[in-house]
Design a protein around this ligand. Structure first.
Ligand code: XMP
Ligand code: MG
Length: 183
């Protein structure tokens, strides 16, 4: 789906599909330089990270494995509480592995802070984070993120895997959702 197909639901396109692909390629070059000859384990956080994972994994000129986790934050409404429940755990043993968490977006930072601690306690050789988007103005905790695609304003965004009520994940671009859609 393209932004023009749902123009009325969006206020602004923040990053086009082409910009995202260019940025992911640049991040892949950084990752390749940091893990020469390593067999990296990419851990995607369902469901939002599906698109980033698919594009980053194919762009990387490194042997990789892919695994997935699904987590949910307890708490009211759309605000992340930092108390996280595992809905689907990894299939892989992390002992001695170099792990790269692949995330769509860092908002408050609470979910990733918890995830980083959880995965680091499993005996991995290293655990780092690659997030396509970060909202610096929404940060409640500082997360040690090794690779960030784009810093974006503190607006609710959809597309490229990001949803509102499970919609818009298949939008190619990333765009700000118009307030009339959610209010
Ligand atoms: P925290 O606040 O713990 O939460 O960093 C990060 C998770 O919240 C979701 N999230 C969004 N999803 N548009 C979305 O579609 C957004 O603007 C947005 N902000 C946060 C997302 O699942 C992310 O993993
Ligand atoms: Mg997510």
């Amino acid at each position: 789906m393209d932004s023009v197909d749902i123009q009325a639901d969006l206020t602004k396109v923040l990053h086009t599909e082409a910009e995202i692909h260019t940025r992911i390629a640049a991040m892949a070059r950084e990752i390749e330089a940091d893990y020469p000859g390593e067999n990296l384990l990419l851990v995607g956080v369902l469901k939002g990270a599906v698109m980033v994972m698919a594009d980053l994994a194919r762009e990387l000129k490194l042997p990789i494995n892919m695994d997935w986790m699904a987590v949910s934050s307890y708490g009211a409404g759309t605000q992340s509480s930092g108390v996280v429940r595992i809905l689907k755990d990894l299939d892989s043993d992390l002992s001695g592995r170099n792990v790269l968490i692949v995330e769509d977006i860092i908002d408050s930072g609470l979910t990733l802070t918890w995830l980083l601690g959880n995965l680091r306690s499993r005996g991995a050789a290293s655990v780092e984070i690659c997030a396509l988007f970060r909202k610096p103005l929404a940060a409640k905790v500082v997360v040690d993120v090794r690779y960030v695609g784009f810093e974006i304003p503190n607006d609710f965004v959809v597309g490229y895997g990001l949803d509102f009520d499970e919609r818009y994940r298949n939008l190619r671009d990333v765009a700000v959702l118009a307030p009339h859609v959610y209010s």
